[in-house]
Write a protein that binds this ligand. Structure first.
Ligand code: 173
Length: 317
């Protein structure tokens, strides 16, 4: 190479590197000020630092950008590249999405037992999505109430739900009302609901402790929150970018042990905030959890006769 060509080459190199950098647009189905999103924003910051020149993630916003229950559709159609959501929020894409709450195996185990492949087969086929990684697990859901009960009977009570809790709370005779997390505070404040379903953690960012008297123990199911991506976009990424994305999302998933200690701290924090626990005797507690599971799987298999039984083998063998 002569000197001129050499110089030209050197001048063009940064341009070539820049042209390779891919920016992906991410939207959250959870409110922007909520703890899950704060944690995801920290992850994005780390990715953008580590993957400079390769991959950048652009956080578009929360439900103000795209409503909670529309994020799945937006990922499916490619309006956004990546969604941060939970299966219950995109049952309008496929009923299978809500089945992940029934996981008894961990995300790490599902990567080994064929679960991750099966999830991706279904998510690809029915949702045009890539299931990148699970970012919340090891976390039970609970029923929170403002009226006291002495047995698992919700007759006469109006409970805020998402698909996670629908059939279970209905089986306890509750009157149910679906809302996005962003509308729960106002519903509590106005007395429109007597309680709500939610995980053991992360209600403080939304200030629900101000309007919550009781938590019913034990919890049930296993909260699942994940990063999902438009499949065409994922497949179209240059190999180097896709590998970087896979690595970074897996690294996020590998931090899920965090929730075990966080949940203990959050349980204490709820007690300190004055939330009292409602408990049942041992046999009733056992029956409560068993009923949740039974109702959950019965509904899963009814909603997806094709994939429900296959999912059961890897999620709850
Ligand atoms: O209650 C909900 O909004 C819900 O379905 C959910 C699911 C996973 C994590 C947090 C909330």
């Amino acid at each position: 190479m002569n000197k001129t060509v050499c110089l030209l080459f050197a001048a063009l190199m940064p341009l070539a590197a820049q042209a390779q950098e891919v920016t992906l647009r991410l939207v959250s189905a959870f409110p922007e000020n909520q703890f899950y999103v704060k944690r995801t924003l920290e992850w994005i910051e780390r990715v953008n630092k580590e993957q400079k020149g390769v991959l950048q993630i652009n956080f578009i916003g929360g439900p103000k950008a795209i409503p909670t229950f529309e994020v799945g559709k937006a990922v499916q159609s490619g309006v956004v590249d990546i969604g941060f959501s939970t299966g219950a929020f995109y049952t309008n894409v496929m009923p299978e999405a809500d089945i992940l709450k029934l996981s008894e195996t961990s995300a790490a185990e599902q990567r080994k037992n064929g679960g991750y492949e099966l999830i991706n087969k279904i998510w690809g086929e029915k949702g045009n999505m890539r299931y990148l990684a699970k970012t919340v697990e090891f976390t039970p859901f609970h029923l929170y109430l403002n009226k006291k009960i002495d047995k698992p009977d919700l007759t006469g009570l109006k409970i805020r739900i998402t698909p996670v809790y629908r059939e279970f709370f209905q089986s306890l005779n509750a009157q149910v009302m679906t809302t996005a997390p962003g509308e729960v505070y106002t519903a509590l404040e106005r007395g429109v609901i007597d309680g709500y379903g939610w995980p053991i953690h992360a209600l403080f960012d939304l200030n629900w402790q101000e309007k919550t008297k009781y938590r019913v123990d034990p919890g049930f199911y296993n909260a699942e929150v994940s990063l999902i991506m438009n499949l065409d976009k994922y497949k179209g990424l240059p190999a180097k970018v896709r590998e970087a994305l896979d690595r970074e999302t897996l690294a996020y998933e590998k931090q899920n042990g965090f929730w075990k200690t966080y949940n203990q701290a959050e349980t204490r924090r709820q007690a300190e905030a004055g939330i009292q626990t409602i408990t049942f005797d041992a046999a009733t507690s056992k029956a409560f959890v068993a009923k949740a599971k039974e109702v959950g799987w019965a509904n899963a298999i009814k909603a997806s006769p094709q994939y429900g039984p296959q999912l059961k083998k890897v999620l709850a063998p």
